[in-house]
Every structure is written in structure tokens, then in C-alpha cells.
Design a protein around this ligand. Structure first.
Ligand SMILES: [Fe+2]
Length: 297
């Protein structure tokens, strides 16, 4: 199977049915491996319980499409010990499907419990971009990549809890990490849009500060309001502002391998197959207009 390049879709319960009827709308499928198993936690004797039906669906998709890996469970920014068991499980997933792009989130979602276990926060929080944390993060990322056997790419998250004081901005921090470790960046344009909607930094300021040579993948998605907060709920079509960002930034990422549309299956009725086809077609038109050097297969 070839590399996961071009236009991708994040795997969920709708995707196998959608792709059966719309085979050529995507070039690869991006799978969140944690949706394929039950994780009983670090202290469990039998920690991972596969969900056979979910693996069967991905096995079938893998016969036709390259698979990219998009982890949500590592919590690379946690102060607790690096979760090497989890990384080994991700490695097994990547080896099974010949994955050549493994992404994770730049943030933390777990804190250490009293018995050495982990407490999940239910939300990803930002990492303070300070000099002392930089060297600590570099060590964790290098160890993670050693277990994975390939570079990891880190995705910018939404800042639900902005940090007041930092030694450097997040894009500067990511630049430094990528330069030292060789990791890449997954630039989620909708997450930038969500921050902006909630009064945070301007997306273009973030993009201008980021070294776009490190960007290997771009995420696009839609969101929705919950109370007075705009969330990255993946609730349907991309807003126009995200398309504008994509048109602007994609040509400036010389090592870009793929543009992935994320949607949550619970919102599928709002969008329907036709709406999903339109999103993927719009992304494909932008991809097709990129300079030839973006065909990195
Ligand atoms: Fe994303």
C-alpha cells in the first residue's frame, strides 16, 4: 500500500459505509487507534482489549487505502512517566497497517493519580512553552520516536485555558522541538479558528510564526457553539474562514503530505453523504492546485 498522501478522512462508524458508496473521494483513511481497543490503564495486568469488529472494519479499509495513525491517548505533555506501553501498542498498530505517518496532540490530557495510575481530564490542555519544559519535552519526544520507530508529528490543539506567561509562543516552541528532534507538525486550521473565535490569537499570526517546512499534514473541520464557547466539535462542514486559511497556507508547506477532513459521526445527518462529498471535493481542488513539489509519494 502506498503512502498516506492527498485527501484523507478520519475513521469513524460512518466512514466504511460512506466509502463503500464513494470509493474515490479519499486517498487515505486516518485512524484513531484508541477507538479500536479498550484501555484499562497503566496498572492493569491485561491493559489492552481489542475490539474485533473495529479492527475488521479497518482491515477492510486497509485493503484499499493507506492508513495514517492519529493518536489521542499519549498525553505527551504530562508530567507523569512517558507511557511506553501505550507507545508500544501504537507501534503494533502502525506495523500492522504499514503506517508511515503517526500524529499525536501537542498538549496533555492525563495527570498522575495517587497510586501511579493516570487520571484522564477529558480535555486536552496546553503545554507551557517555557525553556525548561522545552528540553524536557525534547527528551520525551525523542524517546517516543525511538519506540515508534519513526518521527511523530504533533498537532496544535485548542486553548481552552490560555497560558498567561510563557518564554516563547507555541509556534516558536514547536519550531525548536522540530529542529532538534526531527518531529513534524500537524497544523489543525480549525483549531486555530476556534481559538480566534474564542478571543485568542489570530490564526495568521500563528501561521507566520511557525516554520511551515515542518508541516506534514493539515486538518480541516467544522465546529459548533456550546454555551458561549466555540468548540472544535467536528460538527459538519468547514466554516469559510478555514477554507480561506487552507488556500493561503497549503501552498507554503513544502513537505505537506495530506489534508484530512475530520467530522464526528454523530453530526453526519446534518451533513449527509452529499455534504461530505462536497467537503472532500473542495479539499481535493485545493490539493490539485498545489505546486507539483507537494506530490511527495
Ligand atoms: Fe485535528
Amino acid at each position: 500500500m502506498g503512502a498516506a498522501t492527498g485527501i484523507g478522512l478520519v475513521f469513524n462508524s460512518i466512514v466504511p459505509h460512506f466509502l463503500a458508496a464513494h470509493v474515490d473521494t479519499v486517498d487515505y483513511v486516518e485512524v484513531i487507534p484508541e477507538t479500536l481497543w479498550t484501555d484499562r490503564g497503566r496498572l492493569a495486568t491485561r491493559r489492552y482489549e481489542p475490539i474485533p469488529a473495529a479492527f475488521d472494519e479497518v482491515d477492510a479499509l486497509a485493503e484499499r487505502y493507506p492508513i495514517a495513525c492519529h493518536g489521542i491517548g499519549l498525553s505527551i505533555g504530562s508530567a507523569s512517566a512517558l507511557d511506553e506501553q501505550h507507545l508500544a501498542e501504537i507501534r503494533r498498530f502502525a506495523d500492522r497497517y504499514g503506517v508511515d505517518r503517526i500524529s499525536e496532540h501537542f498538549g496533555f490530557s492525563r495527570v498522575r493519580g495517587p497510586e501511579g495510575d493516570d487520571h484522564h481530564l477529558g480535555l486536552a490542555f496546553p503545554i507551557p512553552c517555557d525553556n525548561d519544559i522545552l528540553s524536557w519535552m525534547i527528551g520525551r519526544i525523542e524517546r517516543a520516536m525511538g519506540i515508534l520507530g519513526q518521527p511523530i508529528i504533533l498537532e496544535n490543539g485548542v486553548h481552552h485555558t490560555p497560558l498567561i506567561e510563557q518564554d516563547m509562543t507555541e509556534p516558536e516552541f514547536l519550531n525548536r522541538i522540530a529542529e532538534v528532534t526531527g518531529c513534524g507538525v500537524l497544523l489543525d486550521l480549525h483549531n486555530l479558528h476556534a481559538d480566534h473565535r474564542n478571543g485568542g490569537h489570530a490564526p495568521l499570526a500563528y501561521i507566520e510564526a511557525l516554520d511551515l517546512e515542518h508541516v506534514r499534514e493539515i486538518h480541516i473541520a467544522g465546529g459548533s457553539m456550546i454555551g458561549r464557547t466555540y468548540t472544535d466539535s467536528h460538527a459538519g462542514p468547514c466554516p469559510p474562514e478555514v477554507w480561506d486559511l487552507l488556500v493561503d497556507v497549503a501552498p507554503r508547506c513544502p513537505l505537506l503530505e495530506g489534508i484530512t477532513f475530520e467530522f464526528h459521526d454523530s453530526y453526519f445527518p446534518r451533513m449527509g453523504s452529499e455534504g461530505l462529498c462536497q467537503q472532500l471535493q473542495s479539499a481535493r481542488e485545493i490539493w490539485a492546485g498545489l505546486p507539483r513539489r507537494h506530490d511527495v509519494t
